[in-house]
Design a protein around this ligand. Structure first.
Ligand SMILES: Nc1ncnc2c1ncn2[C@@H]1O[C@H](COP(=O)(O)OP(=O)(O)OP(=O)(O)O)[C@@H](O)[C@H]1O
Ligand SMILES: [Mg+2]
Length: 328
């Protein structure tokens, strides 16, 4: 279990201290996949650096299985840092070395013998599906394959936690899915904890068990994916269940409704339309996103109604606890 309590990080600047993290509290159970999202400058990378002990927090604790990481120094800190593996947007492999030798690098640094290294590297290449690419140099590998090498290198010394800072941002959609599939597979097989920083809501939906939204150094929302998608009023709901944008130049007459709220009276598109019909405010479905996330049927519907009756439609849906929003 990785437990963060009251974490604060200030940086000194010419204009006084910059607060990068402010009272961050969250728990990440061993073996889970946790997404960290938030705008540029929200504090995501600073949080990761504080977790690994690379950065000393101004206040608060980071406890990994009972050990307070910011309290460690010297050899103990170095040992604790080996429990974290890091994966970045670009694998940053050494061009002069083969895939196998890139993966072997952290083992060389940690003083493993040549025999131990080659056995471990073969195991790792197999784990990331690159057993036949051991001798290829980075230039001979696709972006996705390079990222697999980067992941294998991060896992070489058997960390408990894999911290990934935008691991798929440089990859196309199909390769992103493969890498996310690999991360989930590694979690299942090795029981490691995976923390993924990402700008892409699709990454969170695809692979995360839980998610934390940071904004200006604070936790704005945190919870399991099931909890977050069941809360239409939450800030992440719209990102995780996206609708296409409204037609260009629309004026009025669009109402958005969330499905899947546990408090709502109905959970189907038909039931929502029936409600409106019964109130004599007919509506048509302009767009809808419906899916099953974390075993829960959730979705958002974009309804087109008579522009003069938008407010009425909103009232009818509110009475059924459906969290409607008139498009502005
Ligand atoms: N070493 C530093 N010195 C001073 N300020 C810093 C330092 N590192 C980060 N900051 C500030 O802390 C805040 C959070 O930065 P951080 O890099 O953690 O954001 P981020 O969420 O990772 O952003 P991005 O999505 O762009 O990578 C920013 O205001 C940044 O300018
Ligand atoms: Mg960052």
């Amino acid at each position: 279990m990785l437990d963060v309590r009251g974490l604060r990080k200030e940086f000194a600047s010419a204009r006084g201290p910059v607060v990068a993290l402010d009272d961050i509290t969250l728990s990440i159970p061993q073996g889970s996949i946790h997404g960290i999202v938030g705008r540029s400058g929200a504090g995501k990378s600073t949080l990761i650096r504080c977790l690994t002990g690379l950065e000393q927090p101004t206040a608060g604790t980071v406890v990994l299985d009972g050990t307070d990481i910011p309290g460690l120094r010297g050899a103990e800190l170095r040992a604790a840092r080996r429990r974290f593996g890091m994966v970045f947007q670009h694998a940053n492999l050494l061009d002069s070395r083969s895939a196998a030798d890139n993966i072997a690098l952290p083992l060389e640094i940690a003083g493993w013998s040549a025999d131990e290294r080659s056995a471990r590297v073969a195991e790792l290449l197999d784990l990331v599906g690159l057993a036949d690419r051991a001798d290829n140099h980075p230039g001979q590998l696709s972006g996705g394959q390079q990222q697999r090498v980067g992941i294998a290198r991060a896992l070489a010394t058997r960390p408990d936690i894999l911290l990934c800072d935008e691991p798929t941002s440089a990859l196309d959609a199909a390769t992103t899915r493969q890498i996310l599939g690999l991360l989930r597979d590694l979690r299942d097989r090795l029981g490691i904890t995976v923390v993924i920083i990402t700008h892409e809501p699709a990454v969170v939906r695809e692979v995360c068990d839980a998610v934390t939204l940071l904004g200006e150094g604070r936790v704005l929302e945190t919870g399991s994916i099931g909890e977050v998608v069941a809360d239409p009023a939450g800030r992440l709901h719209r990102d995780l269940i996206p609708l296409p944008p409204l037609p260009l130049g629309h004026t009025a007459g669009y109402v958005e409704v969330a499905l899947g709220d546990s408090r709502a009276a109905t959970t189907s598109v038909d039931a929502v339309l029936d409600l409106l019909r019964a109130a004599d405010v007919p509506a048509e479905v302009a767009a809808a996103t419906l899916e099953t996330i974390a075993g829960r049927r959730v979705g958002r519907i974009q309804l087109e109604v008579d522009p003069a009756r938008t407010a009425e439609a909103v009232r009818v849906l509110e009475a059924a606890h459906l969290s409607p929003e008139a498009a502005a």
